[in-house]
Design a protein around this ligand. Structure first.
Ligand SMILES: [Mn+2]
Length: 425
């Protein structure tokens, strides 16, 4: 199937679901504003622009000021921004593969059009918006979010393409790590290999050597430190606004054997968890399974002692080493919307230590999720446990300089399996 055909199918589905949403929420029309560039406080410098995700759901344009108007199941109208600006290049390129699905209009006519109907507005507020228009009504937004959580073939193709790009970048990072490069040099090499600028990335690269691998969202790029023992790289790519979110951990010959053993075990654990993902599985059950596997590993390696697996989980000991969720929905946002579904019955009790998990529902066909288990040696969390005899501190301390491990793939959920988009050939 051609790209144009797959995109057309995507829009046909959106038209249908949006018509139903508008009817259910009693609106005639939905106006989605791409947004305008924002500036830093007390500065005239623009922050890198990202269109309203609801806009990107319909239209791959990445420039500011456009508005999409959807009325029932009619052909949507794209009102292009047309205030010429000679400071930037805001030329709009209408690629027929997507533009053929819209009627193109001038923003001059937008306000008059908005006045004519009972319209819901999604996007940042603007001063010229007619008074009667409902701004970002919550019930409508959550219906739109629910649609966004289930990906069309077009969206899967975008996420899949983003994963291919990220994989190329990670292969390059591995080579740089083996060559002893710095975090800074690896960051530049990643941009080069993926042919992306920083602003095009779905999230800033996390390129952490050694102890900094314990910082979950490590943001620096050290220029001096070379020849690391461990590299944790969490770096993505984006295609038409859709994200890949991929993490790999590598060790060099200088890494302690116990850490290498943990990494090999975690590679296995991560693949087992990926193999267990499919529709109708409560995500909490996968999260719990991750803790069972990680607690077992911590006990086998004697990092934890005098404690059973269940006690280690319920007592929050495994959470010291794996303090984040197993994964999240992925799409136009790296932490995508639509996961706020009702909790469902679980195979294991919902423990108080996991009460802050965001995504508690069942997996559904055509969701894309990340599976990203980890083991970290986070000084702040370990120091709080100095007097806890169940933590083998002398052994743990030998691994603190290694930071941690995270392995993350992106999975397309199907009926009774999941397709690993990060490891597709
Ligand atoms: Mn992630």
């Amino acid at each position: 199937m051609t790209e144009a055909h797959v995109f057309q199918q995507h829009i046909t589905r959106l038209r249908k679901t949006t018509a139903a949403t508008l009817e259910a929420e009693n609106y005639d029309a939905l106006a989605i504003y791409a947004g305008t560039a924002q500036q830093y406080f007390a500065d005239d410098r623009d922050i890198a622009f990202k269109p309203t995700p609801h806009f990107s759901h319909w239209c791959p344009l990445r420039t500011t000021g456009h508005t999409l108007l959807v009325r029932g199941d009619e052909r949507p109208v794209l009102f292009l921004r047309d205030q010429p600006n000679y400071w930037i290049d805001d030329e709009v390129v209408l690629d027929p593969f997507w533009a053929d699905n819209f009627t193109i209009a001038s923003s001059d006519d937008l306000v008059a059009t908005l006045r004519k109907s009972h319209t819901a507005w999604i996007g940042p507020e603007v001063e010229w918006l007619p008074q009667h228009i409902d701004r970002n009504p919550e019930p409508l937004r959550s219906r739109l979010d629910a649609v966004r959580s289930l990906k069309s073939e077009y969206e899967i193709a975008c996420i899949s393409a983003a994963n291919r790009i990220a994989r190329r970048g990670h292969a390059c990072l591995h080579e740089c790590f083996v060559a002893g490069e710095s975090e800074f040099a690896m960051h530049l090499a990643y941009l080069q290999a993926t042919r992306q600028t920083d602003d095009e990335l779905p999230y800033p690269t996390i390129i952490a050597l050694d102890d900094k691998a314990a910082v979950l969202h490590y943001q620096h790029k050290r220029r001096d430190l070379r020849n690391g023992k461990v590299l944790l790289a969490d770096c993505g790519a984006s295609v038409r606004g859709y994200a890949a979110d991929v993490t790999r951990t590598w060790t060099s010959k200088a890494a302690p054997p116990l850490f290498v053993e943990l990494l090999q075990a975690m590679e296995r654990v991560q693949q087992e968890l990926c193999a267990a993902a499919r529709s109708d599985v409560p995500f909490y059950d996968l999260h719990y399974q991750a803790h069972e596997k990680i607690a077992t590993l911590l006990i086998e390696t004697q990092l934890l002692r005098d404690v059973s697996c269940d006690e280690a989980i319920a007592g929050g000991l495994s959470k010291i080493f794996f303090p984040h969720g197993l994964g999240h929905l992925l799409g136009l946002q790296t932490h995508d919307v639509g996961g706020e579904r009702l909790p469902c019955p679980y195979a294991k009790p919902l423990l108080p230590v996991f009460a802050n998990m965001r995504f508690k529902g069942k997996l559904a066909v055509d969701e894309v999720i990340t599976i990203e288990p980890g083991i970290y040696f986070i000084p702040m969390l370990l120091d709080q446990q100095r007097d806890n005899p169940r933590l083998n501190h002398p052994l743990i301390d030998t691994l603190r300089p290694c930071g941690g491990i995270r392995i993350e793939d992106n999975l397309h959920i199907k009926e009774d399996t999941a397709v690993n988009l990060t490891r597709l050939d």
